[in-house]
Design a protein around this ligand. Structure first.
Ligand code: NAD
Length: 282
């Protein structure tokens, strides 16, 4: 079984980005800049933003943090996005989701200038991706595809099952796999007989947010399994730990390639955010 070591693979990608940023600077251009908007006090969001800002610093991307209180108004958020859109010193804009209650995330995301939308969540970018046009690709599915292509450089004709249909992971993942000529089935909470469907997959991507949903006997012998889930659970010893959407020890007995949680898809997500920011800088 190939253990897809996301930390090591992401470190390679970050080193490439760092070299490209250094080449820009050597050519007399300014460092790429990412504006990060964090509203409210969701602890997970704070942790994600900390990681993203640190990763920017390590490759030479400037990050500009905008922290707003949990009672921020929609108008204030939209005004900030408009200001960042107009600022020529800002290449990428990331609005960390979820937004506090009372804010409309769709409206805020749609207000971001599409060429600064490094998350790839703007409807224009999402639509382009769905059409198979060149677009900004959301970071998590881009990371999953990178891992999959390490194992299968050619996906044509392979059977792929994506569990989850969210705009952040499942849907863009399906579009990326279709564009690589895989045969794709998207499963979700209303899918009948999920275990049987999963067993048909050469490539199984699981993004359901359900701890250890996928068991070993749902997996075809030799399949490539990408576990996107990040779930905080309390173990029998009372200790909190992170688990994925796949029962790792069981899956490791049957899968041909498998991502761990943590240390699988997560680091790739951050590495692709840096890539998207560099790309937005032109
Ligand atoms: P979401 O809640 O928006 O979507 C979950 C999807 O899973 C839905 O489409 C739902 O229909 C489906 N689903 C739920 N229960 C199911 C079940 N029992 N059977 C089949 N399908 C089911 O979540 P999301 O934003 O797509 O994230 C999914 C998971 O991935 C979460 O655990 C999240 O924390 C994680 N995540 C990780 C990264 C990363 O960088 N590693 C990035 C984004 C999300």
């Amino acid at each position: 079984m190939i253990l897809l070591d996301g930390r090591a693979i992401a470190a390679e990608l970050r080193a490439e980005t760092r070299a490209q940023v250094a080449a820009r600077l050597a050519a007399g251009r300014r460092a790429p800049a990412l504006a990060v908007v964090l509203a409210g006090d969701d602890p997970a969001s704070h942790l994600y933003v900390r990681n993203k800002v640190k990763a920017c610093r390590e490759v030479g991307i400037r990050s500009l943090e905008h922290r707003l209180p949990a009672d921020v108004t929609q108008g204030r958020l939209l005004a900030l996005v408009a200001e960042l859109n107009a600022n020529p010193e800002v290449d990428g804009i990331l609005v960390q989701l979820p937004l506090p209650p009372g804010c409309d995330a769709r409206e805020v995301v749609a207000a971001i200038a599409p060429h600064k939308d490094v998350d790839g969540f703007h409807p224009l970018n999402a639509g382009r991706l769905a059409l198979g046009w060149p677009s900004v690709v959301p970071c998590t599915p881009a990371g999953c595809l990178h891992l999959i292509e390490r194992v299968h450089p050619d996906l044509a004709g392979l059977q792929a099952v994506v569990v989850g249909r969210s705009p952040v992971v499942g849907r863009p993942m399906a579009s990326l796999l279709i564009a690589r000529s895989a045969t794709v089935t998207v499963a979700h909470s209303r899918t009948r007989d999920l275990p049987r469907l999963c067993r048909e997959a050469d490539i199984l991507v699981v993004a359901a947010g359900r701890p250890e949903l996928v068991r070993g006997d749902w997996i075809r012998q030799g399949a490539t399994v990408i576990d996107v889930g990040i779930n905080r659970v309390t173990g029998p010893d009372g200790q909190a730990r992170l688990v994925g959407d796949v029962a790792f020890a069981e899956a490791a007995q049957v899968a041909g390639a498998l991502t761990p949680v943590p240390g699988g898809v997560g680091p790739l997500t951050v590495a692709f955010l840096l890539r998207n920011t560099l790309q937005a800088a032109g």
